[in-house]
Design a binder for this molecule. Sequence first.
Ligand SMILES: NC(=O)C1=CN([C@@H]2O[C@H](COP(=O)(O)OP(=O)(O)OC[C@H]3O[C@@H](n4cnc5c(N)ncnc54)[C@H](OP(=O)(O)O)[C@@H]3O)[C@@H](O)[C@H]2O)C=CC1
Ligand SMILES: O=C(O)C1=N[C@H](C(=O)O)C[C@H](O)C1
Length: 232
Amino acid sequence: MKIALLGYGKMGKTIEALAIQRGHTIVIKTSQIDNVDITQADVAIDFSIPEAAFHNISTCFNNNIPVVSGTTGWLKQFDTAVNLCHEKKGAFIYASNFSLGVNLFFELNSKLAQMMSQFEDYKVNIEEIHHTQKLDAPSGTAITLAEDIITNQKHYTKWSLEDEARALPIEAKRIENVPGTHIVTYKSDIDTITIEHEAHNRNGFALGAIVAAEWLIGKQGVYTMKDVLNLS
Ligand SMILES: NC(=O)C1=CN([C@@H]2O[C@H](COP(=O)(O)OP(=O)(O)OC[C@H]3O[C@@H](n4cnc5c(N)ncnc54)[C@H](OP(=O)(O)O)[C@@H]3O)[C@@H](O)[C@H]2O)C=CC1
Ligand SMILES: O=C(O)C1=N[C@H](C(=O)O)C[C@H](O)C1
């Protein structure tokens, strides 16, 4: 397939290398979608910056190009993007994390939250660790983990980076060169239960985004990685 890369930073470059290995062609790599003819591509993959994601995605819908977005930190405009996708009969997948491992971890997190919901002695918290260039905090993945926990129990009504009543605490740490680590901890006075996902590099995120793009071509509608990976 002919791929447009919207954003050619750490992720754009990793996707380019893996996409070529899988027999695809990169026809566009840009940090300014308004300067290119996006209709040359069969599919667009957006790993850019929070301020650019919505414009990139809506330009794809307006030109009937399926779009996969992994950019985090722009989700206030997500519902508008979904409505525009339906209106334009476009095709769209957003994931806060495209790696197979994290999507399995999301399933485990939801199941564990369901189990723990009846044991009020345990308090939960999320820790995420990323490289120092990351623009957003908390990570999109940590927000997905938090929302899945909140959906499955009654104690927490929201997540927060601060210490707030009834808010599920997220701690965001920034350490040189860490690709992405997420830890969910349930702690009581008696013991601690921890689940953790540690990315060793960016290849899992990139491969997941390419598999999602391959899957999306020829479809119409808004999908998630659960659809792509056939999970639950
Ligand atoms: N969902 C997932 O699985 C994953 C998501 N991410 C997310 O992907 C995004 C990108 O991450 P990463 O590659 O590490 O970041 P980088 O900072 O390495 O790359 C971002 C790129 O976006 C470019 N850019 C700036 N403005 C625009 C624009 N208007 N349109 C398109 N591109 C633009 C930047 O160009 P320039 O340098 O010229 O300004 C830069 O090359 C982040 O939001 C990150 O959180 C990251 C990994 C996995
Ligand atoms: O910026 C990153 O690097 C990453 N961002 C995503 C997020 O915000 O969750 C996914 C991954 O953890 C790497």
